[in-house]
Design a protein around this ligand. Structure first.
Ligand code: SF4
Ligand code: SF4
Length: 409
């Protein structure tokens, strides 16, 4: 695509990156075919090609409007378009640049500012856990519509957790997951322990930065990321730790993006690359051990019990963001689970961080479509790999929704 980015911006490294991405796009529109928001609204500007065009206009000096901001806000950042694009366009990186520029020019309404600030404050506050706990206590007397938005806590696996092993990984707890479903990290510790890997917990449990990043609080997100790097790097370098992991794929894709987000930070760019390169999703760690891991996991008590049939919902942050496909399914099959395929498993469920709150209508429509597809497969259980998807899906179905790690142990 031919571009005429304003010269002052083209002189910056960010402007040059944006120009390079834009020039890779041939405007073919293949990406629209797999864009969830385009499928729902049918509006070209709610598809990747249209959003790329909107961002191009801003970069070429046209003033963005609330209309521009709305169409960029409606993007789920699911990256399905990146998987589809035959030209390798890094859409999400261009979107980051576009959103940042639009945020600087278009003042949000008072209600949007209050909502965005409240969401960040609440989810990142130490009061989130106690408030959730109170909500769970009051759940029985709540109206059904509110009740289903407050997830119950799943049972936590009992038994020995991580024993001392020569192999070690750093397990980082995120911000909300430890309150929503603490069972997931406990299960991860036991799964890794079962295959001979000791889990070292990061001393600080902090947000990966995604929450602020997706709510356009860019500087807050970058400060959080720098803080994480400062906390994790010494552990990586001093303790023979072979990888960093988190059990939410949404956090994983964020950590993999640290070098891109800090590309212009002379102090942190190299450190960010080191952290990102050390990052592994839990399924990569287990799969890397191949048959040996499967034989060890088959010795766990759950492996010999009756196994439910499962529908695996691969989060966008796993399949499109981290480009990890088929590995969870292969592991579950090898362990004797029956997988029930369902239609459109490449599409987003509508969770996407705080999207289910900031873009309620679109999110609900996507959730309805997703649950209809999954329930048609008639599995006993729904399995996923990201706390956001897990909570979102559970709000719309009676079937149990679990992280794959919880299933194994
Ligand atoms: S992003 Fe890729 S698929 Fe979409 S219009 Fe551009 S080149 Fe085509
Ligand atoms: S990231 Fe997802 S919602 Fe956004 S344009 Fe791409 S496919 Fe559409």
């Amino acid at each position: 695509m031919k571009t005429t980015i304003i010269p002052s911006y083209l002189q910056t490294s960010q402007g040059q990156r944006a120009d390079k991405i834009l020039r890779n796009c041939v405007h073919c529109g293949f990406c629209n075919a797999t864009c969830p928001t385009y499928q729902v609204t049918g509006d070209e500007l709610d598809g990747p090609r249209g959003r790329i065009y909107l961002i191009k206009q801003v970069l070429e000096g046209n003033a963005p409007s609330e209309h521009t901001q709305l169409h960029l806000d409606r993007c789920l950042t699911c990256r399905n378009c990146e998987t589809t694009c035959p030209s390798g366009v890094h859409y999400s990186r261009l979107l980051d640049i576009g959103r940042h520029l639009v945020e600087q020019s278009v003042k949000r309404t008072w209600s949007q500012r209050v909502q965005r600030s409240a969401l960040r404050s609440f989810f990142l506050s130490p009061l989130f856990g106690p408030t959730l706990q109170l909500g769970r206590l009051l759940r029985p007397i709540m109206p059904a519509a509110i009740k289903k938005t407050i997830p119950l806590r799943n049972d936590i696996a009992t038994g020995t957790s991580s024993q001392a092993h020569t192999r070690k990984i750093l397990l980082v707890q995120g911000c909300v997951q430890k309150s929503l479903q603490p069972a997931i990290d406990v299960a991860a510790t036991r799964v890794f322990g079962a295959i001979g890997i000791q889990t070292i917990n990061a001393a600080t449990s902090a947000c990966c930065g995604a929450l602020s990043h997706h709510l356009s609080a860019e500087e807050v997100a970058l400060q959080q990321i720098r803080h994480n790097i400062d906390s994790w790097l010494p552990l990586l370098e001093q303790n023979d730790i072979e990888a960093i992991t988190m059990t939410a794929s949404g956090c994983g894709v964020m950590i993999r993006d640290y070098p891109h987000l800090l590309a212009d930070d002379t102090e942190y760019a190299v450190k960010a690359k080191r952290i990102s390169e050390a990052y592994r999703d839990p399924i990569e760690i287990v799969s890397a051990d191949g048959d040996r891991a499967i034989e060890q996991l088959k010795k766990e008590p759950k492996a010999s019990s009756n196994k439910p049939s499962v529908a695996f919902h691969p989060p966008c942050t796993l399949q499109h963001g981290q480009k990890i496909s088929g590995q969870v399914e292969a592991l579950l099959t090898a362990l004797g689970y029956t997988l029930k395929p369902f239609a459109n498993n490449h599409l987003c469920c509508g969770s996407a961080g705080t999207y289910s709150i900031t873009q309620k209508n679109l999110s609900r429509k996507l959730l309805h479509n997703k649950i209809s597809s999954i329930e048609a497969a008639d599995s006993d259980m729904i399995i996923t790999a990201n706390i956001g998807c897990q909570t979102h899906l559970q709000s719309a179905t009676e079937k149990p929704v679990r992280h794959w790690l919880e299933l194994l142990i």
